[in-house]
Structures are given as C-alpha cells and as structure tokens.
Design a protein around this ligand. Sequence first.
Ligand code: AHG
Ligand code: MN
Ligand code: MN
Length: 342
Amino acid sequence: MPKVKFMTLARFIIEQERLHPEATGELSKLLHDLSLAAKVISLEVNKAGLADILGFTGDINVQGEEIKKLDIFAHRMLFNAMDHGGHLCVMASEEEEDIIHIPSKFRLGKYVLLFDPLDGSSNIDANISIGTIFSIYKRVTPDNCPGTLEDCLQQGVKQIAAGYIVYGSSTIMVYTAGDGVHSFTLDPSFGEFLLSQENIKTPKKGKIYSINEGNYLYWHPGLKKYIKWLQEEDITSERPYTSRYIGSMVADIHRNLLYGGIFMYPADSRNPNGKLRLMYECNPMSFILEKAGGRASNGKKRILEIKPDTLHQRTPIFIGSEEDVKMVEEFMAREEIEFNRA
Ligand code: AHG
Ligand code: MN
Ligand code: MN
C-alpha cells in the first residue's frame, strides 16, 4: 500500500511543539480549541441556506453596522470554545464593545485572544467566501488576575500566533506561531483539518491588485496614479495587473498570499482612517503575510509597529507581495497630501 501523508492539525501542532522544548503546550491546546470552533462555524456556514439563519438580527454592532445572525453565532461559538480551556486571561471580539472577561469559575491562562468572528459577512447571503481571523498575545499584566485592556492593546509585532479560517469551496485554516505559515484543509467526511501546505511563501511580486474601486473619487492622488499605472501596458514590469476583489478581506488576502499581489483598503477623504480594524483584522493578517515573506503597511509605516489606542480602531492597509506594497508606498510618498485623521 502506498504511504499516505496523514498529517492532522493536532499532530502537526504537537510535532512543532517538540521543536521548542521550553513550550508548555498551552498554545497548542489553544490552537486546538480554536480549530474546534472553526469546525462548528464551518458547519453552520455551510448550512446557512438551509437553517433559518440568513438575514439580520436587527441589532447594530459597535462599528454601527448591521449584524447578521451568523456573526453572532460565530462570536458565541468562539467564546464558548475558548472560555474554559485555562489558556486565556481575556478576549476581545469585533462584536463586543469592551474586552471579554473569562468567567470566574474557570482557570486563567497567560494568553490573550482577539478575533473577528466572521469577516466578509455582507457576502454570507450570496454564498461567497467568508472567514474568521484570530490574533494571540502573551499577557503583560501579572498572572492570576483577570486580563485587562492593556493586555489587548499590544503592538502587532508582539503577536505570538495569528491565523484565519476561510469558509470557501473548502474550509481552510492558515496559521503561524512564528515559525512559518501553514495551511490545513478540513476534510468534511471525518471532520479533521489536514496539512495542505507547509511553510507557505508569498511571491515577492504578484500580478493581482485588490481594492474597492468604487471609492476611486475619494482616494489619495498618489493611489489614483498607482492604480492607473497598474493598468498600463509594460512587458518588463508585467503590467497590466489583474483586478480581483471579493469584499471579504480574509478571502482576498488568502488568494493573494498564494498567487502574489496586493490587497488595499486605503484611507480616503470620507474615511481618513480607512475601514479595517487594526487589532483583529490588520494585525493578524499582517503578521501572517510578513511571516510568509510579504509586507504590510498603512502607506507610511509597518502595520505591526502601530501603537494601538483603542480596541476597535481602524487603519488604512496595503498588504501583500513585498515589491507591490513598496511600490504603492512610493507612489503615495510622491504626493504631499494627508487626510485629516479622526
Ligand atoms: P466584517 O464583515 O468583519 O465587518 O469585514 C468586512 C470588511 C472586509 O472583510 C472587507 O475587505 C471589507 O469589509 C469590504 O469593504 P467594502 O465593502 O467597503 O469594499
Ligand atoms: Mn472583518
Ligand atoms: Mn466581522
């Protein structure tokens, strides 16, 4: 019988942990609990059209956006999977204004978890890929007391691990704990994540650009010139580029991670801080892209070095292949304008 490589996420995490004799195994258990929540969310996403789960709850979240039922389902599922493991001291989610305490009946751990339970939720009803994003830090406050906002508001460079799950034509989990970026595909027949790609490296330069061009009118002049430049013909720099925009950050960045290219959600004259959230969207995706050899900036500065002030703050983001991100930074630096940051 041919030897089949059968590497489950659980086995992979244990084998990675063996490379670090100082590891206590807590992070591995945490990642395992996250993967369990991901499986349940995946199941629910797949039956979204069957169950009475489509449509709005009628509530508005802390960002002032309408909440879909699946957002809330995913938020609760993650909380329920993560509150009792003894690995965390505090959590924060896109769907909760304040930090989320670990119930007092459970043991406290040394890690901090921030998450976007469902990303791209406006796409749910149309059966288009959506995702979950997570970011993990070590606490900075003393052990054995509840975690605080200070534990959550750390710079992205301090992340210990980060990952995302894409619920697409298959369900894929991508994570890094600092040593390489790895992807796992969920086998729905027996409910295990199996290693699909180890040590993913993103191309140094791509051919894809992803941006909501409907906002063109409001962009920075340097950005307008950059996008026009991408559309011009030039064989040596492999232009014109191809435009691809799903409207789910996770899915757009996952595709570009594999194929190369750039994803942008810029500031504009109507939204001087852009749209996407630093703590549970931009930081984890930037950590992953950097670990895969890519680059992520707000146009001027590395995303991972931004000092956060609030849990739900937004930031412009340019993320993807190193050469592509550098190029847009250059285009914008040539034009002297600054939107009034709120
Ligand atoms: P969320 O569903 O978590 O609120 O995030 C939606 C985000 C992100 O996934 C996507 O890239 C962006 O919104 C799309 O925004 P536009 O519709 O403005 O292009
Ligand atoms: Mn999101
Ligand atoms: Mn969301």
